[in-house]
Design a protein around this ligand. Structure first.
Ligand code: ATP
Ligand code: MG
Length: 293
């Protein structure tokens, strides 16, 4: 079984101009009617491909891959990251989660804490939430800005326009210097979120995942969606695309994310370094020395 290319195309936003979230349904199935067994087969296949690509990424040592995950609560960020991670060599991959900023982080500009954690060449970095929170949760709750102690800006435009400018500049800079940035919005519906939150309450094994604040955040749903739409519109670019992944079906979501990562890595044209004649001669000499020892 193969995931049709049209699905990756439908979820990938390379140019945010005119982007409308209303056109992306959280329960979109693309007519696929994916069974759990099919999804598991596709995931196993995707993990194998990812593992092979990661080895090339490491050997090639020119690119790094940054995967940014953003979503409303209970959309399945953690389990998706778990699935992606299970397909890679932990030595070549790091996951960082970003929560409300610490006092030290608030003493720096808003890109500082994530910049410190960018992946090295040859590595994969995963951000569970990211600098995008600065135009999402902070936009929905502008009171967070007070803690940031920003001076009056000498520049034109709203604070949010300036932040989008900073993010676009930052991502362009990273792309020029060998970081492939993929941003995933796991798009869950308000109803499905409610169902999952109720399950967290009703199922004692899932109680630990329940957070009463998440229920409060639901009241701001429409403002969050407007903020996501704006962020995607303003920052989706060919060198830093967004993937808007339907998240009501967890299995389909995981398959799309994994396959998107594999497809993007395949486009990088990663190669194993070639061994030249001089190096071959050195290897032969070493072999002879080893045998004689
Ligand atoms: P999970 O609920 O699956 O454990 P999570 O990512 O939701 O994962 P939480 O500890 O529940 O983790 O929440 C982190 C919170 O921190 C989120 O509500 C997020 O919006 C908030 N946050 C992240 N970055 C910022 C920021 N720059 N300013 C303010 N709040 C932020
Ligand atoms: Mg949470």
């Amino acid at each position: 079984m193969k995931l049709p290319d049209k699905i990756l195309k439908a979820t990938r936003i390379r140019d945010g101009k005119g982007f409308s979230l209303a056109k992306h349904k959280p329960d979109e199935g693309f007519g696929l009617k994916l069974k759990k067994a099919d999804a598991k087969e596709l995931l196993a296949q995707g993990k194998e491909q990812l593992s092979a690509m990661q080895e090339r990424l490491y050997a090639d040592d020119r690119w790094s891959l940054l995967l940014v995950f953003q979503a409303m609560d209970a959309a399945g960020k953690d389990s998706t990251i778990e699935h992606v991670m299970s397909g890679v060599n932990p030595q070549g991959c790091e996951v960082h989660s970003f929560k409300a900023p610490s006092a030290e982080e608030l003493d720096h500009d808003f890109l500082w804490r994530t910049t410190c954690r960018l992946p090295q060449r040859g590595r994969i970095g995963i951000f569970n939430r990211s600098y995008y929170e600065e135009v999402l949760v902070v936009r929905v709750h502008p009171a967070f800005l007070e803690g940031q102690r920003l001076p009056p800006s000498p520049h034109d435009g709203s604070l949010w326009e300036q932040r989008f400018d900073s993010i676009r500049d930052f991502e362009r800079h990273m792309a020029r210097n060998g970081t492939r940035i993929l941003k995933f919005f796991l798009h869950v519906s308000k109803d499905e979120q409610k169902r999952r939150q109720l399950e967290r309450i009703d199922n004692p094994d899932k109680n630990w995942k329940f957070n009463a604040r998440d229920v409060e955040e639901r009241a701001h749903w429409d403002r969050y969606m407007a903020a996501y739409e704006d962020a995607i519109r303003e920052t989706a670019r060919p060198h830093a695309p967004w993937y808007v992944v339907p998240a009501d079906d967890k299995w389909l979501m995981r398959v799309i994310v994994l396959k998107a990562i594999v497809a993007e890595l395949q486009e990088l044209g990663l190669t194993f370094p070639q061994v030249d004649d001089e190096a071959k001669a050195r290897i032969a000499a070493a072999r002879a020395a080893l045998e004689a020892s």
